[in-house]
Design a protein around this ligand. Structure first.
Ligand SMILES: Nc1nc2c(ncn2[C@@H]2O[C@H](COP(=O)(O)OP(=O)(O)OP(=O)(O)O)[C@@H](O)[C@H]2O)c(=O)[nH]1
Ligand SMILES: [Mg+2]
Length: 426
């Protein structure tokens, strides 16, 4: 089989970055995206030799930019001795191929950079499968390229007469692998479902931490729960959701899940592939949206997270907005954040500043999401009490003369069993 999927001979080292500012974009947005792209590329341990921002009026089908501009940029990239050109704007498979022919270099776009970072970070079986699937779907229309996944393909004869059949073969292999990955992923997802259902038997409230990459989500989970999730100053440090129990005042428990970070222009295939992982977000009782208050692009981060949540079908969920890293913020940053989200909390996951207040807000949201039920159970029905302890969550238990008064919760599926004893529904 053609091993363009696994072959990684020539690692790319010096990148020439091209950002685009179109008329529809806000002033400065192209530059902002370009600096974010620089950070992304550096996360792949590739040196950024130079960045260029071009203004684009009308995209061309062949090269996106006009051919004069393209020649100029290729000359600049060559002068920098770059071995890869990276576009912030998405390139069609044809545009990508044309640029590679024009420059003789690898030419990739932001989407491929993000896919590459995800591939680099994926460690669990589920994450590896999800990233592999997203990469395959990205590669399928691009099989005629001389470069793939940041490395030159070896032994490929995809162009020319005989190459036609080779290309067809390659396509079939990739399609087969996509089908295979989907099936394997489905079985992993099923296992997760079983695990989650087990957890739901005891209806402990759940919340998911969401937000832009590097906002401090994992640090917050670690500080709150004493978990030891990897938190690092790199993009997409977390790919797999981690759930930990947090015990609040009054012994109220809540399961907190840390999730993969979001970013602007996330490849659609990745959102699709990570939907299963992000299901935690959809089933959570409430969300905690963490933002880095010190980041100059915080408004865009805010908007991006809301957009991805909408794409996941989680737009209407109860959400607590939290500006993190106040220990490093200036008063100007704080007032800017207030304008963006007036009801937000300000915390530092590093110094614990504001976390007590955050936990109080958790308690309020839990109370809203799960108001407890009150039951009166005759002493003779000890089986009912035992069952509530086994399948539900008992907040308080009081021995009265004729009965036991219990306040707590149980799964909806058990409602008919407990119904005869309910005196105050939740
Ligand atoms: N100054 C300061 N830095 C923080 C704070 N919280 C997190 N950081 C730093 O921000 C960086 C990113 O933190 P993470 O917790 O890995 O961020 P994340 O949101 O989980 O990032 P991804 O998993 O990549 O989406 C790390 O270098 C942290 O040390 C904080 O309250 N103050
Ligand atoms: Mg993280």
């Amino acid at each position: 089989m053609a091993d363009f999927l696994t072959d990684k001979p020539a690692k790319l080292e010096r990148a020439f970055l091209i950002g685009v500012q179109t008329a529809e974009m806000e002033a400065g947005e192209g530059a902002e995206l370009l600096s974010e792209l620089k950070e992304l590329v550096e996360n792949l341990r590739i040196t950024v030799a130079r960045t260029e921002l071009v203004s684009l009026r009308r995209p061309t089908p062949a090269l996106l930019l006009g051919s004069g501009k393209a020649d100029e940029l290729v000359a600049l990239a060559k002068a920098e001795e770059a071995d890869v050109i990276v576009f912030d704007e998405a390139l069609s498979p044809a545009q990508q191929r044309n640029w590679e022919e024009l420059s003789g270099m690898a030419v990739i776009d932001r989407q491929e950079v993000i896919l590459e970072i995800f591939a680099d970070r994926a460690h669990t079986r589920e994450a590896i499968l999800q990233v592999a699937l997203a990469r395959m779907e990205y590669s399928l229309p691009r099989l005629t390229r001389a470069w793939t996944h940041l490395s030159r393909q070896r032994g490929k004869g995809a162009m020319g007469g005989e190459g036609e059949t080779q290309l067809e073969q390659d396509r079939r292999i990739v399609r087969d692998r996509i089908a295979h990955l989907k099936a394997e992923l489905a079985s992993v997802v099923k296992q997760r479902d079983v695990q989650r259902r087990k957890r739901q038997r005891v209806p402990v409230p759940t919340c998911s931490i969401v937000g832009y990459t590097n906002a401090g989500k994992s640090t917050l989970l670690n500080t709150l729960t004493g978990a030891e999730v990897l938190a690092a100053d790199k993009l997409f440090a977390t790919l797999d959701p981690t759930t930990r129990q947090l015990v609040l005042r009054g012994n109220q428990k809540v399961l907190v899940t840390d999730t993969v970070g979001f970013i602007r222009r996330l490849p659609h295939g990745l959102v699709e592939a990570f939907k299963a992982t992000l299901e935690e977000v959809i089933v959570a009782d409430f969300l905690v949206h963490v933002l880095d208050v010190t980041n100059p692009n915080v408004e865009h981060h805010h908007a991006t997270t809301l957009a991805v949540l909408a794409e996941l079908g989680a737009a209407g969920k109860t959400m607590l907005t939290v500006f993190n890293k106040v220990d490093a913020a200036t008063p100007a940053m704080i007032s800017r954040a207030r304008t963006l989200a007036p009801d937000a909390l300000f915390v530092s996951a590093l110094t614990r500043q504001g976390l007590e207040l955050l936990e109080e807000r958790f308690l309020e949201l839990i109370a809203e999401a799960h108001s407890a039920t009150e039951l009166l159970v005759p002493h003779a029905r000890y089986d009912v009490i035992a069952r509530l302890h086994a399948v539900g969550h008992v907040q308080s238990e009081e021995q009265l003369d004729e009965a036991v008064r219990l306040v707590g919760r149980y799964p909806a599926a058990q409602a008919s069993f407990f119904a005869p004893f309910v005196v105050k529904p939740g």
